[in-house]
Design a binder for this molecule. Structure first.
Ligand code: FPP
Length: 218
């Protein structure tokens, strides 16, 4: 969900305002994804590197997350959205962690759309943690398979994405789903995230349907 800062700066607004508008775009996009019949949608909300941003910006994102869990996500739950978070949990403020866990429990029975929110997430950190777990468990190197590693990622139930959309004109993965996106189609869109919505999602899906996927085969 890239481009919140630039969206705000272009309007002479504080960056926090860009994130707020970004949260509105998230809601729009989830509702559009439901309409399009998408089963699973993962969004990158806060990276392991984002802690290095100014304190007031980090605080504004934590507050926004809190408010989104209190207000927006329960509304989406009424539309059948199951929400889960993936990433580190040990650095998230205690109160927010409690709300995250409650929302996950309360929406666990819903299945119209699975929303996955990457929060304090980094693809490299995820792989290191998975390897650490495997070593701790004493798995023998010769027994180690791809499935063993995949089972120890933050969210083993998260399907590998068919399509990864990067907004705001940047053309890189920036540490998002490094393992899971091995065969994903990538679509880059110049739209700044706060302006993203149904139309941009439709364009990305149209582009996806034109791609031929071979997964390394002929
Ligand atoms: C990247 O834009 C965006 C973020 C670091 C935060 C994303 C957070 C939201 C969209 C808030 C809503 C999300 C939830 C789940 C409540 P940027 O600030 O890096 O933009 P820039 O590259 O233009 O500076």
């Amino acid at each position: 969900m890239d481009g919140n800062g630039r969206w705000a700066t272009a309007r002479g607004l504080p960056v926090a305002e860009g994130h707020r508008e970004g949260a509105r775009a998230l809601r729009r996009t989830v509702e559009a994804a439901i309409e399009f019949g998408i089963d699973s949608l993962a969004v990158y909300a806060f990276s392991t590197e984002n802690w290095a941003r100014p304190d007031d910006e980090v605080e504004s994102i934590m507050e926004l997350m809190d408010r989104t869990i209190e207000r927006e996500l329960p509304d989406l739950a009424k539309q059948g959205v199951r929400t889960r978070f993936f990433g580190r949990r040990d650095r998230v403020p205690d109160e927010l962690r409690g709300k995250i866990e409650r929302l996950e429990t309360e929406t666990a029975h819903l299945d119209r759309l699975n929303l996955w929110i990457a929060f304090d997430y980094g693809g490299r950190a995820e792989l290191v943690e998975a390897v650490r777990t495997i070593l701790d468990e004493g798995v023998r190197p010769q027994d180690m398979s791809e499935a063993d590693l995949a089972a120890r990622l933050y969210a083993p139930d998260l399907p590998d994405p068919d399509l990864v959309i990067r907004t705001s004109g940047e053309q890189r993965l920036s540490n998002f789903l490094l393992w899971q996106s091995a065969y994903s189609e990538l679509v880059f869109d110049d739209t700044l995230w706060p302006d993203f919505g149904e139309e941009q999602l439709r364009v990305a899906l149209d582009e996806y349907t034109r791609r031929g996927r071979r997964f390394g085969a002929r």
